[in-house]
Design a protein around this ligand. Structure first.
Ligand SMILES: [Ca+2]
Ligand SMILES: [Ca+2]
Ligand SMILES: [Ca+2]
Ligand SMILES: [Ca+2]
Length: 347
Protein backbone atom coordinates (compact mmCIF):
# COMPACT_ATOMS: atom_id res chain seq x y z
CA UNK A 1 0.00 0.00 0.00
CA UNK A 2 1.19 3.46 -0.82
CA UNK A 3 2.58 4.95 2.37
CA UNK A 4 0.93 8.30 1.87
CA UNK A 5 -2.50 6.77 1.64
CA UNK A 6 -1.77 4.41 4.55
CA UNK A 7 -0.92 7.47 6.59
CA UNK A 8 -4.19 9.01 5.54
CA UNK A 9 -6.14 5.95 6.67
CA UNK A 10 -4.42 5.76 10.03
CA UNK A 11 -5.01 9.44 10.52
CA UNK A 12 -8.71 8.95 10.04
CA UNK A 13 -8.97 6.15 12.59
CA UNK A 14 -10.31 2.61 12.22
CA UNK A 15 -12.14 1.49 9.13
CA UNK A 16 -15.86 0.98 9.32
CA UNK A 17 -17.87 -1.57 7.46
CA UNK A 18 -20.50 -0.59 4.95
CA UNK A 19 -23.56 1.13 6.41
CA UNK A 20 -21.83 2.00 9.67
CA UNK A 21 -21.65 5.64 10.73
CA UNK A 22 -18.41 7.50 10.14
CA UNK A 23 -15.96 7.76 13.03
CA UNK A 24 -16.56 10.60 15.47
CA UNK A 25 -13.38 12.56 15.28
CA UNK A 26 -12.41 16.16 15.39
CA UNK A 27 -9.39 15.48 13.24
CA UNK A 28 -9.57 16.98 9.79
CA UNK A 29 -7.48 16.31 6.76
CA UNK A 30 -5.33 19.19 5.60
CA UNK A 31 -7.37 21.16 3.12
CA UNK A 32 -6.11 23.82 0.79
CA UNK A 33 -8.73 26.29 -0.38
CA UNK A 34 -7.68 27.54 -3.78
CA UNK A 35 -9.21 30.85 -4.77
CA UNK A 36 -9.98 30.62 -8.46
CA UNK A 37 -9.63 33.40 -10.94
CA UNK A 38 -12.48 32.34 -13.15
CA UNK A 39 -11.52 32.94 -16.74
CA UNK A 40 -13.97 33.51 -19.52
CA UNK A 41 -12.96 31.18 -22.34
CA UNK A 42 -15.08 32.89 -24.93
CA UNK A 43 -17.91 35.41 -24.89
CA UNK A 44 -21.18 33.54 -24.58
CA UNK A 45 -23.89 34.35 -27.11
CA UNK A 46 -27.15 35.69 -25.67
CA UNK A 47 -29.28 33.01 -24.11
CA UNK A 48 -26.49 30.53 -23.43
CA UNK A 49 -27.07 28.76 -20.16
CA UNK A 50 -25.15 26.51 -17.83
CA UNK A 51 -22.52 23.96 -18.67
CA UNK A 52 -23.30 20.54 -17.29
CA UNK A 53 -21.05 18.02 -18.96
CA UNK A 54 -17.35 18.62 -19.52
CA UNK A 55 -14.53 16.40 -20.71
CA UNK A 56 -10.84 17.02 -21.33
CA UNK A 57 -9.18 15.28 -24.25
CA UNK A 58 -6.61 15.75 -27.00
CA UNK A 59 -9.01 15.97 -29.91
CA UNK A 60 -6.55 17.39 -32.46
CA UNK A 61 -3.70 14.98 -31.70
CA UNK A 62 -1.06 17.59 -30.85
CA UNK A 63 -0.33 16.02 -27.46
CA UNK A 64 -2.07 18.77 -25.50
CA UNK A 65 -5.58 18.50 -24.10
CA UNK A 66 -8.53 20.58 -25.16
CA UNK A 67 -11.74 21.25 -23.24
CA UNK A 68 -15.13 20.09 -24.51
CA UNK A 69 -18.23 21.35 -22.77
CA UNK A 70 -21.93 21.84 -23.40
CA UNK A 71 -24.45 24.64 -22.92
CA UNK A 72 -27.72 23.63 -21.30
CA UNK A 73 -30.99 25.04 -19.96
CA UNK A 74 -31.08 27.86 -22.50
CA UNK A 75 -32.48 28.91 -25.88
CA UNK A 76 -29.27 28.10 -27.76
CA UNK A 77 -28.00 24.78 -26.41
CA UNK A 78 -24.85 23.33 -27.91
CA UNK A 79 -21.56 21.49 -27.59
CA UNK A 80 -18.25 23.31 -28.02
CA UNK A 81 -14.54 22.54 -27.98
CA UNK A 82 -12.02 25.07 -26.68
CA UNK A 83 -8.31 25.17 -27.43
CA UNK A 84 -5.86 27.38 -25.57
CA UNK A 85 -3.24 29.36 -27.42
CA UNK A 86 0.32 30.04 -26.29
CA UNK A 87 -1.05 32.32 -23.59
CA UNK A 88 -3.92 30.42 -21.92
CA UNK A 89 -5.14 33.60 -20.21
CA UNK A 90 -6.18 34.93 -23.63
CA UNK A 91 -9.48 33.82 -25.18
CA UNK A 92 -9.35 30.22 -26.39
CA UNK A 93 -10.18 29.11 -29.91
CA UNK A 94 -13.78 27.94 -29.97
CA UNK A 95 -15.19 25.25 -32.26
CA UNK A 96 -18.87 24.46 -32.55
CA UNK A 97 -19.59 20.73 -32.42
CA UNK A 98 -23.38 20.99 -32.48
CA UNK A 99 -26.12 23.45 -31.63
CA UNK A 100 -29.87 23.02 -31.30
CA UNK A 101 -29.85 19.82 -29.25
CA UNK A 102 -30.16 19.86 -25.44
CA UNK A 103 -27.63 17.10 -24.74
CA UNK A 104 -25.56 16.12 -21.76
CA UNK A 105 -23.21 13.21 -21.18
CA UNK A 106 -19.92 14.00 -22.94
CA UNK A 107 -17.04 11.62 -23.63
CA UNK A 108 -14.17 11.47 -26.12
CA UNK A 109 -12.50 8.62 -27.99
CA UNK A 110 -11.54 7.43 -31.48
CA UNK A 111 -14.69 5.51 -32.34
CA UNK A 112 -13.77 4.92 -36.00
CA UNK A 113 -10.26 3.69 -35.24
CA UNK A 114 -8.96 6.17 -37.83
CA UNK A 115 -6.96 8.47 -35.60
CA UNK A 116 -8.92 11.66 -35.05
CA UNK A 117 -10.80 11.78 -31.77
CA UNK A 118 -14.58 11.62 -31.93
CA UNK A 119 -16.99 12.95 -29.33
CA UNK A 120 -20.05 11.45 -27.66
CA UNK A 121 -22.81 13.62 -26.24
CA UNK A 122 -26.05 12.04 -25.07
CA UNK A 123 -27.34 9.49 -27.61
CA UNK A 124 -25.28 11.08 -30.43
CA UNK A 125 -21.67 10.89 -31.52
CA UNK A 126 -19.80 13.42 -33.60
CA UNK A 127 -16.89 12.96 -36.02
CA UNK A 128 -14.57 15.81 -37.02
CA UNK A 129 -14.40 17.27 -40.53
CA UNK A 130 -11.53 16.18 -42.80
CA UNK A 131 -10.12 19.70 -42.61
CA UNK A 132 -9.51 19.21 -38.87
CA UNK A 133 -11.41 19.41 -35.60
CA UNK A 134 -10.72 23.14 -35.15
CA UNK A 135 -11.05 24.07 -38.84
CA UNK A 136 -14.34 25.87 -38.24
CA UNK A 137 -16.09 23.41 -40.57
CA UNK A 138 -19.09 21.43 -39.36
CA UNK A 139 -18.69 18.16 -37.43
CA UNK A 140 -20.80 15.21 -38.61
CA UNK A 141 -23.60 14.13 -36.32
CA UNK A 142 -24.61 10.47 -35.88
CA UNK A 143 -27.16 8.88 -33.56
CA UNK A 144 -26.12 5.60 -31.91
CA UNK A 145 -28.76 5.21 -29.17
CA UNK A 146 -32.18 5.93 -30.70
CA UNK A 147 -34.03 4.52 -27.68
CA UNK A 148 -32.32 6.88 -25.22
CA UNK A 149 -33.50 10.31 -24.12
CA UNK A 150 -31.13 13.26 -24.54
CA UNK A 151 -29.82 13.77 -21.00
CA UNK A 152 -27.20 11.18 -20.20
CA UNK A 153 -23.85 10.30 -18.73
CA UNK A 154 -21.42 8.62 -21.14
CA UNK A 155 -18.16 6.66 -21.06
CA UNK A 156 -16.01 5.34 -23.89
CA UNK A 157 -14.27 2.01 -23.28
CA UNK A 158 -13.62 -1.25 -25.16
CA UNK A 159 -16.13 -3.45 -23.31
CA UNK A 160 -15.76 -6.66 -25.34
CA UNK A 161 -12.01 -6.52 -25.89
CA UNK A 162 -12.11 -6.39 -29.72
CA UNK A 163 -9.95 -3.25 -29.75
CA UNK A 164 -12.84 -1.09 -30.90
CA UNK A 165 -14.02 1.50 -28.40
CA UNK A 166 -17.60 0.96 -27.27
CA UNK A 167 -19.92 3.39 -25.49
CA UNK A 168 -21.53 2.97 -22.07
CA UNK A 169 -24.54 5.27 -21.71
CA UNK A 170 -26.90 6.01 -18.80
CA UNK A 171 -29.95 8.27 -18.89
CA UNK A 172 -29.18 10.66 -16.04
CA UNK A 173 -32.09 13.03 -15.43
CA UNK A 174 -34.95 10.60 -15.12
CA UNK A 175 -36.38 8.40 -12.35
CA UNK A 176 -36.49 5.44 -14.77
CA UNK A 177 -33.15 5.75 -16.54
CA UNK A 178 -31.69 3.07 -18.77
CA UNK A 179 -28.09 1.86 -18.75
CA UNK A 180 -26.70 0.05 -21.81
CA UNK A 181 -23.44 -0.54 -23.56
CA UNK A 182 -23.29 -0.07 -27.30
CA UNK A 183 -21.03 -2.39 -29.28
CA UNK A 184 -19.03 -0.49 -31.89
CA UNK A 185 -19.53 -1.93 -35.39
CA UNK A 186 -18.74 1.32 -37.23
CA UNK A 187 -17.10 0.50 -40.55
CA UNK A 188 -17.91 -3.20 -40.10
CA UNK A 189 -21.71 -3.30 -40.35
CA UNK A 190 -23.15 -0.37 -42.29
CA UNK A 191 -26.74 -1.36 -41.47
CA UNK A 192 -26.16 -1.77 -37.73
CA UNK A 193 -23.08 0.22 -36.69
CA UNK A 194 -24.06 0.07 -33.00
CA UNK A 195 -25.54 -2.93 -31.17
CA UNK A 196 -27.26 -2.09 -27.91
CA UNK A 197 -26.74 -4.43 -24.95
CA UNK A 198 -28.99 -3.37 -22.03
CA UNK A 199 -27.53 -3.58 -18.53
CA UNK A 200 -30.17 -1.93 -16.30
CA UNK A 201 -33.43 -0.02 -16.71
CA UNK A 202 -34.33 1.58 -13.40
CA UNK A 203 -31.67 4.15 -12.64
CA UNK A 204 -32.79 7.12 -10.57
CA UNK A 205 -31.13 10.37 -11.70
CA UNK A 206 -27.79 8.71 -12.38
CA UNK A 207 -25.40 11.65 -12.21
CA UNK A 208 -22.34 9.43 -11.97
CA UNK A 209 -21.12 7.09 -14.68
CA UNK A 210 -17.57 5.81 -14.83
CA UNK A 211 -16.22 2.72 -16.56
CA UNK A 212 -12.83 1.05 -16.18
CA UNK A 213 -11.00 -2.16 -17.00
CA UNK A 214 -9.17 -4.06 -14.26
CA UNK A 215 -5.53 -4.31 -15.35
CA UNK A 216 -5.12 -7.80 -13.82
CA UNK A 217 -8.41 -9.54 -14.55
CA UNK A 218 -9.34 -7.46 -17.62
CA UNK A 219 -12.90 -7.30 -16.25
CA UNK A 220 -14.89 -4.16 -17.08
CA UNK A 221 -16.79 -2.41 -14.28
CA UNK A 222 -19.22 0.50 -14.44
CA UNK A 223 -19.93 2.77 -11.47
CA UNK A 224 -23.35 4.42 -11.41
CA UNK A 225 -24.71 6.66 -8.66
CA UNK A 226 -27.94 8.54 -8.24
CA UNK A 227 -28.19 12.21 -7.42
CA UNK A 228 -31.20 12.42 -5.18
CA UNK A 229 -31.57 11.49 -1.56
CA UNK A 230 -31.58 7.82 -0.65
CA UNK A 231 -30.51 6.56 -4.01
CA UNK A 232 -27.97 3.81 -4.40
CA UNK A 233 -24.56 3.85 -5.87
CA UNK A 234 -23.94 0.63 -7.72
CA UNK A 235 -21.16 -1.14 -9.54
CA UNK A 236 -22.05 -3.27 -12.55
CA UNK A 237 -19.47 -5.89 -13.51
CA UNK A 238 -19.28 -7.41 -16.98
CA UNK A 239 -19.16 -11.22 -17.24
CA UNK A 240 -16.64 -12.91 -19.57
CA UNK A 241 -19.24 -12.55 -22.31
CA UNK A 242 -20.40 -8.94 -21.80
CA UNK A 243 -23.57 -9.54 -23.84
CA UNK A 244 -24.79 -11.75 -20.93
CA UNK A 245 -26.41 -10.20 -17.82
CA UNK A 246 -24.00 -8.16 -15.72
CA UNK A 247 -23.48 -8.56 -11.97
CA UNK A 248 -24.91 -5.68 -9.93
CA UNK A 249 -23.49 -4.77 -6.52
CA UNK A 250 -24.85 -2.02 -4.31
CA UNK A 251 -22.05 0.08 -2.88
CA UNK A 252 -23.89 2.35 -0.47
CA UNK A 253 -26.61 4.86 0.17
CA UNK A 254 -25.02 8.25 -0.34
CA UNK A 255 -27.34 11.06 0.70
CA UNK A 256 -27.15 13.54 -2.16
CA UNK A 257 -24.15 11.93 -3.79
CA UNK A 258 -23.04 13.77 -6.92
CA UNK A 259 -20.31 12.82 -9.35
CA UNK A 260 -18.62 9.95 -7.56
CA UNK A 261 -15.32 8.80 -9.00
CA UNK A 262 -13.33 5.55 -8.98
CA UNK A 263 -9.56 5.85 -8.62
CA UNK A 264 -6.82 3.55 -7.33
CA UNK A 265 -5.67 5.91 -4.58
CA UNK A 266 -3.33 3.47 -2.81
CA UNK A 267 -1.82 1.73 -5.84
CA UNK A 268 -3.00 -1.81 -4.99
CA UNK A 269 -4.55 -2.29 -8.43
CA UNK A 270 -8.13 -1.96 -7.20
CA UNK A 271 -10.05 1.29 -7.42
CA UNK A 272 -11.32 3.10 -4.38
CA UNK A 273 -14.51 5.16 -4.70
CA UNK A 274 -14.54 8.85 -3.81
CA UNK A 275 -18.01 10.14 -2.88
CA UNK A 276 -19.05 13.59 -1.75
CA UNK A 277 -22.39 14.71 -0.38
CA UNK A 278 -23.66 17.85 -2.00
CA UNK A 279 -26.74 19.33 -0.32
CA UNK A 280 -26.16 23.06 -0.92
CA UNK A 281 -28.87 24.34 1.42
CA UNK A 282 -28.54 25.50 5.02
CA UNK A 283 -27.84 24.00 7.48
CA UNK A 284 -26.62 21.00 5.48
CA UNK A 285 -24.18 22.90 3.25
CA UNK A 286 -21.66 22.98 6.11
CA UNK A 287 -22.29 19.37 7.18
CA UNK A 288 -21.78 17.43 3.98
CA UNK A 289 -19.32 14.57 4.12
CA UNK A 290 -16.54 13.44 1.84
CA UNK A 291 -15.94 9.67 1.83
CA UNK A 292 -13.51 7.18 0.39
CA UNK A 293 -14.74 3.59 0.02
CA UNK A 294 -12.19 0.80 -0.13
CA UNK A 295 -12.86 -2.83 -0.98
CA UNK A 296 -13.12 -4.95 2.17
CA UNK A 297 -13.25 -8.33 0.43
CA UNK A 298 -11.93 -9.57 -2.91
CA UNK A 299 -15.40 -10.22 -4.34
CA UNK A 300 -16.53 -6.65 -3.92
CA UNK A 301 -19.43 -7.47 -1.62
CA UNK A 302 -18.29 -5.28 1.29
CA UNK A 303 -16.51 -1.97 1.55
CA UNK A 304 -14.72 0.01 4.26
CA UNK A 305 -15.74 3.62 4.48
CA UNK A 306 -13.47 6.46 5.54
CA UNK A 307 -14.69 9.98 6.16
CA UNK A 308 -12.22 12.61 5.01
CA UNK A 309 -14.20 15.72 5.89
CA UNK A 310 -17.66 16.83 6.98
CA UNK A 311 -17.69 20.57 6.44
CA UNK A 312 -18.35 21.38 2.79
CA UNK A 313 -20.97 20.62 0.20
CA UNK A 314 -19.51 19.36 -3.08
CA UNK A 315 -22.41 20.03 -5.41
CA UNK A 316 -20.16 20.31 -8.43
CA UNK A 317 -18.51 17.01 -7.61
CA UNK A 318 -15.26 15.62 -6.27
CA UNK A 319 -12.45 14.31 -8.44
CA UNK A 320 -9.28 12.34 -7.77
CA UNK A 321 -6.28 13.98 -9.40
CA UNK A 322 -2.68 12.79 -9.68
CA UNK A 323 -0.74 15.58 -7.96
CA UNK A 324 2.60 13.75 -8.23
CA UNK A 325 3.52 10.42 -9.89
CA UNK A 326 1.23 7.78 -8.32
CA UNK A 327 0.13 10.18 -5.61
CA UNK A 328 -3.45 11.36 -5.63
CA UNK A 329 -5.29 14.26 -4.09
CA UNK A 330 -9.01 14.91 -4.11
CA UNK A 331 -10.48 18.08 -5.58
CA UNK A 332 -13.92 19.22 -4.56
CA UNK A 333 -16.05 22.10 -5.71
CA UNK A 334 -19.23 23.35 -4.08
CA UNK A 335 -22.14 25.29 -5.44
CA UNK A 336 -22.67 27.97 -2.79
CA UNK A 337 -18.98 28.54 -2.06
CA UNK A 338 -18.10 28.30 -5.72
CA UNK A 339 -15.18 30.73 -5.56
CA UNK A 340 -13.06 28.01 -3.96
CA UNK A 341 -11.86 24.66 -5.15
CA UNK A 342 -10.85 22.46 -2.21
CA UNK A 343 -7.86 20.15 -2.40
CA UNK A 344 -7.31 17.31 0.05
CA UNK A 345 -3.94 15.64 -0.11
CA UNK A 346 -2.60 12.65 1.82
CA UNK A 347 0.34 14.23 3.60
CA1 LIG B 1 -4.72 18.79 -28.55
CA1 LIG C 1 -12.03 8.93 -35.24
CA1 LIG D 1 -15.21 -3.13 -28.42
CA1 LIG E 1 -6.71 0.75 -4.47
Amino acid sequence: MNRCFLGLLLFMGPALALAAEPPKTSAKLPRTPIACDLMLLAPAPPGVGETDSTVVGDIDGDGKPELITNAMYCKTPGLYAYKPGADPTQPWKKQLIQTGLHLEGTAAGDLEGKGPMDLVCGPYWFSPPAAGPFSGQAWRQHKFAPGFRDWCRAAVIDVNGDRRLDIVLAEDEYPDGHLSWFENRVGVDVQHPWLEHPIESRLIFAHTLQAWRNAKTQAVSVLVAGYHNRTHSEIFEAPDNPTSPWTRRVLADIPYGEEMVACDLDGDGKPEIVAAEHDPFKPYQSRCRLFVYKLADPKGTAWFRYMLDDRFEQHCGAKAVEIAPRKFGILGHGWMESRYVHLWRPD
